[in-house]
Design a protein around this ligand. Sequence first.
Ligand SMILES: Cc1ncc(COP(=O)(O)O)c(C=O)c1O
Length: 417
Amino acid sequence: MKNFFETYESEVRSYCRKYPVVFDHANNSTIYSADGKPYIDFLAVAGSMNYGHNNPEIKKAVLEYLSQDRIINALDMYTKAKEHFLESITSLILQPRSLDYKIMCCGPTGTNGVEAAIKLARKNTKRSNVFAFSGGFHGMSLGALSLTTEQVSREGAGVSLSNVTFMPFDGTYGVDSAAFIKQILEDDHSGVEKPAAIILETVQAEGGINVSSVKWLHEIRDICNKFGILMIVDDIQVGCGRSGHFFSFERAGIVPDMVILSKSISGFGLPMSILLIKPEFDIFRPAEHNGTFRGNQLSFVGASASFQYYNDHNLESEVQRKAGIIQRFLEERIGSLDSRIVIRGIGMLWGIDLMNIKPELALDTIHEAFSRGLICEIAGRKDSVVKIMPPLTIEDQVLSDGLEIVEESLKRRLESL
Ligand SMILES: Cc1ncc(COP(=O)(O)O)c(C=O)c1O
């Protein structure tokens, strides 16, 4: 018999097909189904729950605000909640890192922040082309989709996706990516239009946990400087502490011209997207990138509380400590299962690449893991990578229980090959 969801909800639904139970409540790194079964969360709602489900300190701020009949949505009007958010992000996140950015509040999804960034880069440079990278993922609205490489998503567009040139991501196709880009830009017969911007994820998450090198990030920054191209970092998934720093580019000591944050920026899983812009590029006219839901006050409140939480709980060193636990486990216990397994990752985002054995093994493994009480996702080319992305606040015991489920599940599926 078909359930309520299958009867009434559109065929487009996706995650529910991998985790086909009805969920009801959640606490930090554990999600409970309606019938009370606990699941360890190695997905963190695609990276939007970095600080855990129902984080008590962030929830307290949100509940307090809600209980006082304060403004809930306000377009982009001035409010106390937004004032506090702007003050908090500046004093707790940007200034300590010597970052000088204007803050643009975008529509509530990551893809809207990406749209704003590329529009603004095009407006600044009066060029239309943008360079993006093989394996990159930037969202589903047409502009962002044109920067996204995954084939099924692109096929959903229904129109041609244009004004983007894809370049090889660091370490792919056997080429020196930065040298290649430089050559293309210098060659008056390359046939490639100089771009307004180069947009990149420093760690491609949906693309299969591809970690770019510090050297490559420097080279791209240098290329952007040399050719007058804006460097945009899409930190939607790997920002907000995921990589072991608040911003994923901090490990390279570079400063992008624009940075897009969404997913965990509200701290509480509420919709929010912002674009950080170097002041000299902040040239949109009033209302030029408008939208009704750019003023979700609960998101502002959650975000302000999350910055305080991030600093108070030394989340940066916590992530680096837990990264060590994950890396050791994956290299020693998973890598040793089969020499064809490739382990990649940084911070609290790791991938187990099974391409060299059989790509479908990844989906089989997460199904097996789900039956054992673990939610994790697949990513990458041919969906061959098991992706590990728990909340940054996951308890040590829950983390090792989850890793053991991954090991048992993969072992079981390897045995049945
Ligand atoms: C790097 C990156 N950019 C953009 C997006 C799009 O964000 P949203 O799904 O909120 O539109 C995602 C979503 O997974 C992402 O991972």
